[in-house]
Ligand binder design. Structure first.
Ligand SMILES: Cc1ncc(COP(=O)(O)O)c(C=O)c1O
Length: 500
């Protein structure tokens, strides 16, 4: 990507000044389509914004807005002013599903034309973890599977099948199985300080579905939305898929920097946050920031999506109560999942809607096919009410604390001078900071070659920062697998840094 490379010509991008779509959106769509179709190749240099504006006969603002959005979404890299290039590797490239690329790696042809919305959905980078029964260390976000109380689960499941009546075999409640909604309302009330009634709980097939429904319900195409930066790629994809304009908001040791969001885009319609355990940095949002965020939402008439994905596993201190519990104005949509507490294939999670949005969510869910199958919901309801859920959490908390400690100790012994792991008080993964001069994408690649999964911090970022890190999940691996993984990672980093 030499600076001297001549820029590509973009004169073929069609712009129609009488179209209702704003020119910057047309230019953005044209550039993004060319990148995804491969006609704009990775590393290609784009013309300077002033030159392109002159060539296309549009204002420079039109070009910088389109470039900014593509930079924010990771399609472009570099800096306006010093050269803008097509990203060499698209964000989270290991996890992406892209148009024309079938799961098996072949090409899928799509006959006919989709709608503009369909085109957006089909080309939005989606967050997909390739399913493998035995995740390699250190895949983040995966719980232990070998310690699940599957015998208990099987007993409860069999009992329900034996006595299944109409309530389990019909379409069921459109918001989800009522006894499960009651059990969840009681649990989040006591464990997470969520203030709600069972009627506000809606069962969905994963937090990803909750975020998707929420973005489609609450945003119009082009609406600005705050996205934590770095942040969860699944949420970023859902926002882009809903046509939102992403506004990256930085995160520091106290969580989302609300003042930065306010100065960048006070009129945003929605903010996506992980306040109890920021993904991927692992920090918690302090009380002052929580109140500031709620204050902004109230003033801006905006919504907050609170993703509380793994805070059940707090190892030290008291669990932090939810943001939703502080909300007096009904602005927060709270989301929790059983993918981490139990297992991801269950595809069961829930959202707690503010009273004003319950009917809208139930209707949107019905249009999307309704809640997940009732039988596993009924099994999960019994799992709660018969005490298995809390017992399982208690066991896993002790196990995960031990695994995290094993990772931190092994890293201290083997990775000194290369990677500094910050212990986390909760969750299933930790951030490791690379020593100065080590590029995280390169480090992740070296680790992958050595058989270790360690996603780079850069793949979660919308705007580049100087800090380089690797995200390491520990929950799904035994202490000996963790030690072995750390040895492999150390070998890979030593080899990579000495040869680069
Ligand atoms: C921050 C965050 N939210 C939500 C999820 C996914 O939840 P679900 O499996 O319920 O879709 C994940 C999964 O890794 C996550 O990291």
């Amino acid at each position: 990507m030499a600076k001297g490379t001549p820029p590509v010509s973009l004169l073929a991008i069609p712009l129609n000044s009488s179209s209702p779509a704003p020119l910057f959106r047309q230019l953005y769509d044209g550039l993004r389509g060319s990148i995804l179709a491969g006609s704009l190749k990775p590393g290609a240099r784009l013309p300077a914004s002033r030159t392109l504006a002159d060539d296309l006969g549009v204002s420079r603002n039109t070009v910088t807005s389109a470039y900014d959005q593509l930079l924010a979404e990771g399609y472009l890299e570099g800096k306006i002013g010093s050269g803008t290039y097509v990203t060499r590797t698209l964000p989270e490239d290991a996890l992406l599903v892209r148009r024309g690329k079938a799961r098996g790696g072949g090409t899928a042809s799509r006959p006919g034309r989709t709608s503009r919305r369909g085109e957006l959905l089909a080309t939005t980078p989606a967050w997909v973890v390739r399913g493998s029964a035995e995740p390699r260390p250190f895949r983040p976000g995966v719980p232990a599977m070998d310690t699940l109380p599957l015998d208990t689960w099987a007993t409860l499941a069999a009992r329900h099948w034996r006595r299944s009546a109409g309530d389990l075999l019909g379409y069921g409640d459109p918001a989800g199985y009522r006894p499960l909604r009651e059990a969840i309302a009681a649990h989040v009330g006591t464990a997470r300080g969520v203030v709600c009634e069972a009627g506000q709980v809606v069962i969905v097939a994963g937090t990803q579905q909750a975020i998707d429904l929420a973005t489609r319900l609450l945003l119009d195409p082009g609406d600005p939305a705050w996205m934590e930066d770095p942040g969860f790629v699944g949420a970023r994809g859902a926002l882009i898929g809903a046509g939102a304009r992403l506004v990256p908001v930085p995160v520091d040791r106290d969580g989302l920097v609300v003042s930065a969001g306010v100065s960048r885009c006070p009129e945003a319609r929605l903010a996506y946050v992980t306040p109890s355990h920021q993904y991927p940095l692992g920090v918690a949002m302090n009380l002052a920031r929580r109140l500031e965020l709620l204050g902004w939402a109230s003033q801006a008439d905006a919504w907050i999506l609170e993703d509380d994905y793994d805070s059940e596993f707090r190892y030290t201190g008291r669990p932090l109560a939810s943001l939703q519990g502080l909300d007096r104005q009904g602005r927060v949509v709270y989301m929790g999942t059983f993918s981490k507490v139990l297992f991801p294939a269950l595809r069961l999670s829930y959202l707690v809607a503010p009273p004003s949005l319950v009917d809208a969510f139930v209707s949107a869910l019905a249009l999307a096919g309704g809640p997940p199958p009732t039988h596993p919901q009924a099994v999960l309801a019994d799992f709660f009410t018969e005490g298995h859920f809390l017992r399982h959490i208690r066991r896993m908390r002790a196990l995960y604390a031990e695994r995290q400690e094993a990772l931190v100790c092994a890293a201290k012994a083997e990775l000194g001078g290369l990677l500094d792991i910050v212990p986390s008080e909760t969750g299933l993964q930790v951030m490791g900071w690379l020593s100065a001069g080590i590029d995280d994408r390169a480090a992740s690649q070296w680790a992958d070659t050595a058989g270790v999964v360690a996603p780079p911090l850069s793949s979660y970022l919308l705007e580049p920062t100087s800090r380089q890190g690797l995200l390491l999940g520990y929950a799904a691996h035994s202490v000996s697998q963790i030690r072995q993984g750390v040895r492999k990672l150390a070998g890979a980093l030593h080899k990579g840094t000495s040869s680069s």
